[in-house]
Design a protein around this ligand. Structure first.
Ligand code: AMP
Length: 355
């Protein structure tokens, strides 16, 4: 990661005219809407041209569009964007399309800790972080010959579950695997999925207290994944596989959900452990993060992934969730991010939440 001089950039910023910017995709409507509610000016970085979609949602439309030819071009325009006092809110699609290296070198004040990228994108490091925090992850099967229960095979870097497949035996694995791509084999955890949306503030102490700052639970969702989630309409997976039809895990949407209340203490314990470990490993996972979990029939959580920024699963909650309602009415993750920036600006602590 190139040395990003946050202090230098912020010194030249007009703090009264901060602009919240993100790329027009993923959770941008919610981010713009939340920023607007907190009184910020907004800027939508739009690839290829102005997006007509936003005319349909005036309260989720950015005040200004900034058009670039492609994602990588953003790197050439950072000076212009800094002149507009831009604070960038990265979301999953943004990081994916720009590419991790470009993202790390982007010379713009960016919400959250960019160092986290290294720890979430490298599966070994991710395991070190999460298991080091005491969380249980699905077992990893090192040698496919030892597949003796259902497994999910994940190709590295495959986003949105594209190309993942389930195998129940070594024979099935051999039939499906593409050897030219690096992969990991994980136990397929049986249970119900919850994607938990946390917000960690290193600078405010008004929520679930941690060694430094505090933690909130803003919402949770379940992803709707095609075709796995509806495949049973046509027949059992085993029947279909015999015909050569394999389920896929491509995310098409998100479904709001709540968890039985007796599980919530555990939700906070997990969030706390993940943040505390991150503080030790790389200075902390700042702002929004999501634990992707399966709850087993013994009511145990297995965590199969972490996303360390705003996830699209927060989109059902533009006007708040059953959880955020008990923090403040009308509080989305997008709005919470804007509030954090507002608070940090007021107390001269921006450099603690931006990298
Ligand atoms: P991921 O890209 O790791 O988020 O995985 C994509 C999807 O595959 C998830 O949303 C889950 O539906 C499913 N999945 C991933 N890992 C597991 C696992 N170990 N056990 C069961 N389902 C999983």
């Amino acid at each position: 990661m190139a040395k990003i001089n946050i202090n230098g950039m912020l010194a030249n910023y007009d703090k009264k005219k901060l602009t919240i910017a993100t790329v027009c995709s993923h959770s941008s409507l919610q981010i713009f809407n939340g920023a607007r509610k907190e009184g910020f000016k907004t800027l939508g970085i739009s690839v290829g041209g102005k997006k007509k979609l936003y005319d349909a949602f005036p309260l989720g439309k950015p005040d200004e569009f900034f058009i670039v030819k492609n994602y990588k071009d953003i790197l050439k325009h950072t000076e212009e964007l800094r002149k507009k006092n831009v604070i960038l809110i990265p979301h999953g699609s943004f990081v994916e399309y720009l590419g991790p290296d470009n993202f790390l070198n982007l010379n713009l004040p960016t919400f959250g800790n960019r160092k986290v990228l290294d720890w979430e994108s490298d599966r070994k490091k991710e395991r070190k972080w999460l298991e080091g925090a005491g969380l249980t992850m699905p077992q990893e099967i090192k040698n496919p010959k030892y597949i003796d229960k259902p497994v999910i095979v994940k190709y590295h870097g495959a986003k949105g579950g594209k190309g993942f497949f389930i195998a129940k035996t070594y024979e099935e694995f051999k039939k499906r695997i593409e050897h030219n791509k690096p992969f990991t084999i994980q136990e397929f955890v049986m249970g119900t999925r919850y994607y938990i949306h946390y917000f960690y503030s290193p600078i405010q102490d008004n929520a679930y207290k941690l060694s430094k700052g505090s933690l909130q639970l803003l919402s949770m969702d379940r992803r709707d994944e095609t075709t796995i989630d509806e495949v049973q309409r046509l027949g059992s997976i085993a029947e279909l596989e015999e015909l050569g039809i394999h389920p896929t895990f491509v995310v098409t949407g998100n479904i709001p959900i709540v968890m039985r209340e007796s599980l919530l203490p555990k939700v906070f314990e997990m969030g706390e452990a993940v943040v505390e470990k991150s503080l030790k490993l790389f200075g902390g996972v700042i702002g929004s993060f999501c634990l992707e979990t399966v709850v087993t029939e013994d009511l145990e959580f297995k965590v199969f992934e972490i996303s360390a920024r705003i996830v699209a699963g927060t989109n059902p909650y533009t006007s708040g969730s059953p959880y955020s309602e008990m923090i403040q009415p009308d509080l989305s993750t997008g709005r919470r991010i804007a509030q954090e920036i507002k608070y940090a600006t007021k107390h001269n602590r921006l450099k603690e939440i931006l990298t």
